[in-house]
Structure formats: C-alpha cells, structure tokens
Design a protein around this ligand. Structure first.
Ligand SMILES: [Zn+2]
Length: 163
C-alpha cells in the first residue's frame, strides 16, 4: 500500500496567517471569507457526486477556519464542509464562530443543510451571521428556536435543584 505524499505546496489551514478583527464584519471581511471558502472548496473529496462545497468561518479571536465536504463510499457517513470546518475550529484553538460563508463548485453562495445549521449553532449561537443567497442573516433567523447547549444545562440545573 502506498501512502500519498502530503501536499506541501500549499499551507495548512491552521497556519493560515490572516487574522481579521472579529468585530469588523466589513465587506472586506466578507470578501476574505468568500476567498477562503472557495479555496476550501478546491480541497473537497467528491468522487461520487462531483459536487464540491467549501466553507469558511471567522472566529471571535480573528482566525479564519475552513472546511470542505468529504464523501464516503458508504454515503451516510459523508462529511459536509461544515463538519470539517468545526474540526478545523477545534484543532486550531477553539473559540466561537462570528461569521460564516459557504460556496458550491461554481463559487456561488450555498445554504448549510439542516444538520449543519445545528452544528454551526452549537459553535456560534444565535448571533452567528451567515451569508445566505438572500442576504446575510443571524443564526436566530436561519435556525429559529434552536435546541442547544442551554437546554441541557437548564435540565441539569433543574435536576440538581431537586436533589
Ligand atoms: Zn451539511
């Protein structure tokens, strides 16, 4: 079995040196996110659908994290771009997502699927701003009345108050 040579011609995501002010969601910041989402899209592993997706997110400390979709012969275990983005978020230091963008193979704006809205909510909450085809929207609009970590902590608190 041959192990593929690592691609050293391009830097790893975690070395991406483009810190951005997370409080400054300017047009320039959104352009940078789009650029990074497109770059992530070129890394997609899509031998079955030929439908590459790339995603980029701005973290509250100014980092930009990215992800691409990674298909699998057992289709059900295919990873969306948001899955690898969340992995990148944790592998590069954690934090909260403040802005998110996602593109298809032509570089056009793409919506996160239902599961990924939940995934992004966990790490950005109601205030995460998403670039959607109809314009930028907070997560509270993209996934209204979301189930999240607060529900579990409230249930835990109510339980421990009783004992
Ligand atoms: Zn998804």
């Amino acid at each position: 079995m041959t192990v593929p040579e690592p691609n050293t011609s391009e830097h790893a995501w975690s070395e991406e040196p483009t810190p951005v002010c997370p409080d400054d969601l300017s047009e320039g910041t959104w352009e940078l996110l789009r650029e990074e989402a497109r770059r992530a899209m070129t890394k997609a592993y899509v031998p079955y659908s030929s439908y590459p997706v790339g995603a980029a997110g701005l973290v509250d400390d100014g980092r930009i994290v990215g992800g691409c979709n990674i298909e699998n012969a057992s289709f059900g275990v295919t990873l969306c771009a948001e899955c690898s983005l969340v992995s990148d978020l944790f592998m590069s230091g954690g934090g909260r997502l403040v802005a998110f963008d996602c593109v298809d193979g032509d570089g056009n704006t793409l919506v996160p699927c239902g599961r990924c809205r939940q995934l992004l909510f966990e790490h950005g909450g109601d205030d995460l701003i998403l670039n959607m085809p109809g314009g930028r929207s907070p997560m509270s609009v993209v996934l209204p009345e979301a189930f999240g970590p607060d529900h579990l902590s409230q249930a835990r608190d109510a339980h421990s108050a009783k004992h």
